[in-house]
Design a protein around this ligand. Structure first.
Ligand SMILES: Nc1nc2c(ncn2[C@@H]2O[C@H](COP(=O)(O)OP(=O)(O)OP(=O)(O)O)[C@@H](O)[C@H]2O)c(=O)[nH]1
Ligand SMILES: [Mg+2]
Length: 708
């Protein structure tokens, strides 16, 4: 295949509801363009883009798959992305690499929550998008109703560019509303342009007018022309459409049946004739430069995907933004300040790769065997300091702890998980020293299954997912005093130390107790959050100053393993105001022990409380589920803060404890039949209710008793 320049390239991503036909339409496009001479089906597990064994097993796409074809001297890159929300990482990275999103809708069911989310995500990316209503051969397809729902949900600038004349069985006629011709398709997927029959003229005019109005409203001059003349010329409509589409002011609607190959050729003709080429797009770099997609000058490219399997090897996928990359070229990894050699460059189509001498700006490709590269990295020629914004993935919905099935394989599980997270950047793997667990944060339960499959099949290690611990905190709510004498004077070096302490909640600027004299204070911010203020109130040298750090050490040991649940303790003031020493047997170890135990005793006497992490949660659901969400939240100690409306979806804002949030993914799925999603971020620590505190303390006690 020849090397294409950006002006002759179209970069599309197919996104939208799982099962709407993205993979099947990709197959139809490849068949109609002659890339394949036999069309596969998802059912027969022989499509070009669903080529991975697990996808055959499941019957849906799990990984995004780039394919390319040539149509009318134009290279068309299509990335077929999975529709299942759990694999959103693949869809998001594909949307970054592509220039234009095609949102697929199953015409039998109409738009749904996933369509709403796809629209929201595209708007966030400010990239042009279009809709493709597939399965027009289905029963009871009501194009007018779907179009009305789309305008209602996404705005009046959703406009038909095609009108399906005979949806249902035998679907083969589409009216092209820009050239106002009837396209009659033949069984080979080709079409003849015919005059619109009289009985369809009125409907076609009505539909075309929607397109004309949407384009006219996108530009003042065109609007004036439209008001003056009541219409737009074909040329004004076409040019106006191109600008309006590129600037996200009109969202065209196409119709097709991937199964019957109807609408595929007309779609390809449209994207080549009327969609913006790759050189029409610009990038704003992290250095705030506006970068044109131009093959002249220095090279820069962005890594959007990594995939490796035994057959394909380790592939790194990229989008060239400026210049070109040719095989053997050395580029600087801006993100990791290291040089890497692109030994070979390829165009990828499913499981096949075609080596090319070079890949130009505006095109996507892949290379092999890059050593120290991650998704989101930018590469450039030496001295051309540019980097591109990272892909923003949705917040992970599920948190689990990972344990190996076989003892001793902790490290193997850990390194394998890290490798998996490098290839799937929508996953987060984190080892938490505090919780003493390896945590996996995933987009959903199917992504967890996929991770388990990858561990087992690729890394040959078996793992289990268990409930993660919650990073509770402990503190006190009133003051208390205690004294502790540590005495060990039987045989060998003796130990003696006595410490009297007063503790109270740390409140900035609060007065000191009136009956003790402050000699020195040391305020420390704890690295697990909160403060400790350590105050020396020793008078008369009852405890030598050199033992004060040891007392604090003992206290800190207890602060790391709080008495109630073994969690970190925060926000405490500790006054050491009295004590005793022994001339021989007093030493640091003795005072450390005395400090630790004095602190423990006073802590349990100071009305200690367990604090739990509370998160702000935004629950995004179709309006019909809001009532259920609202009544469900209080049952999981959620506090509702408010509701926002965004088109057809509503966003319920609430606060929720992490302990409940860990279970929320599956609850929301069952409340909304998987038509809801949520995002969250840490808000604050709050006291747990007494009944929960008791439960946590009982569990901890049971747990520590079992360990002893
Ligand atoms: N009747 C009919 N069925 C279709 C059409 N297109 C796809 N299908 C069927 O719909 C099902 C889903 O098709 P896919 O192509 O896998 O859908 P997808 O959008 O790729 O789904 P995900 O990969 O999960 O995102 C399969 O059983 C297809 O055979 C169509 O135009 N008409
Ligand atoms: Mg698919």
């Amino acid at each position: 295949m020849k090397v294409y320049e950006a002006k002759d390239i179209r970069n599309l991503v197919f996104i939208g509801t799982s099962g709407s036909g993205k993979t099947s339409f990709t197959e139809s496009v490849l068949y109609q363009s002659g890339v394949i001479n036999r069309k596969g089906t998802v059912e027969d597990s022989n499509t070009v883009s669903d080529f991975i064994e697990l996808e055959h097993e499941k019957g849906y796409s799990i990984f995004s798959a780039p394919v390319y074809l040539e149509w009318n001297n134009t290279k068309v890159n299509i990335i077929d992305a999975p529709g299942t929300e759990d694999f959103v990482g693949e869809a998001k990275s594909s949307m970054y690499a592509a220039d234009i999103s095609i949102i697929f809708v199953n015409a039998v069911n109409g738009i749904d929550f996933n369509t709403d989310i796809a629209v929201i995500r595209n708007r966030d990316l400010t990239k042009p998008f279009a809709f493709l209503l597939n399965k027009m051969d289905g029963e009871k397809v009501d194009f007018d109703q779907i179009l009305a729902n789309m305008k209602d949900a996404y705005g009046v600038n959703v406009a038909p560019v095609q009108y399906p004349v005979n949806p249902g069985n035998g679907f083969n006629k589409i009216i092209d509303l820009s050239i106002m011709k009837l396209l009659e398709f033949t069984p080979d997927g080709k079409y003849n342009e015919l005059e619109i029959p009289a009985d369809l003229k009125k409907k076609a005019e009505e539909m075309r007018n929607q397109l004309v109005e949407a384009v006219a409203e996108s530009d003042e001059d065109l609007l004036t022309k439209y008001f003056d003349e009541g219409d737009l010329s074909h040329q004004d409509l076409e040019e106006g459409f191109k600008n309006a589409f590129l600037n996200g002011k009109v969202f065209p609607v196409f119709v097709a049946s991937a199964k019957l190959n109807i609408g595929t050729n007309s779609f390809l003709d449209f994207i080549v004739n009327d969609f913006p080429a790759a050189d029409k797009f610009t990038y704003t770099s992290n250095e705030d430069q506006v970068v044109n997609v131009d093959s002249n000058g220095n090279t820069s490219l962005f890594i959007y995907k990594m995939y490796s399997d035994p057959k394909l090897g380790e592939l790194t996928f990229f989008k060239v933004i400026t210049g070109s990359v040719h095989s053997g070229m050395e580029l600087i990894n801006h993100t990791r300040s290291s040089a890497e050699r692109f030994s070979q460059v390829f165009s990828i189509r499913g499981k096949n790769r075609e080596e090319l001498p070079s890949i130009q700006a505006g095109d996507i490709g892949a290379t092999v065997k890059l050593k120290n590269t991650h998704i989101n990295d930018t590469f450039h020629t030496k001295g051309f300091e540019v980097s591109y914004p990272k892909i923003v993935y949705p917040v992970q919905k599920i948190r689990v702890a990972v344990v190996p099935k076989t003892k001793g394989e902790e490290e193997k599980v850990g390194t394998s998980l890290h490798q998996i997270a490098i290839e799937d950047a929508s996953l987060i793997v984190e080892h938490s020293p505090e919780l003493r667990q390896t945590l996996l944060f995933a987009q959903g339960d199917q992504q967890l299954q996929l991770t388990k499959w990858r561990l087992s099949n690729r890394f040959k290690v078996e793992a289990e997912f268990i409930e993660p611990r919650v990073p509770y905190r402990e503190t006190i709510t009133k003051s208390a005093r205690s004294s502790y004498r540590h005495k060990k004077q039987s045989g060998g070096a003796g130990q003696f130390a006595e410490v009297h302490i007063h503790i109270e909640p740390y409140v900035e600027g609060a007065p000191d107790p009136s009956d003790i004299t402050v000699r020195g204070r040391d305020l420390q911010t704890l690295n697990w959050g909160g403060n400790i203020e350590y105050i020396n109130c020793i008078v008369g040298g009852v405890i030598d100053a050199r033992f004060m750090p040891a007392i604090l050490k003992g206290i800190m040991e207890k602060m790391e393993f709080g008495p109630l649940t073994g969690s970190f303790v925060r926000d405490i003031r500790v006054y050491v105001y009295d004590g005793k020493m022994h001339p021989v047997d007093s030493n640091e170890a003795a005072f450390k022990t005395a400090g630790r135990n004095a602190f423990k005793e006073s802590f349990v006497a100071a009305a200690p409380k367990i604090l739990e992490p509370i998160y702000n949660v935004s629950i995004v659901v179709p309006e019909q589920y809001v009532g259920d969400i609202m009544s469900d939240l209080p049952t999981r100690r959620g506090v509702i803060l408010g509701i926002d409306v965004q088109g057809k979806v509503q966003i319920v804002r609430a606060k929720m404890p992490l302990a409940e949030l860990d279970k929320y993914y599956s609850s929301l799925k069952s409340i909304t039949q998987a038509k809801g999603t949520f995002e969250y971020e840490f808000a604050e620590y709050q006291q747990v209710p007494p009944i929960v505190q008791q439960e946590l303390m009982d569990n901890y006690k049971k747990h520590t008793d079992e360990e002893e």
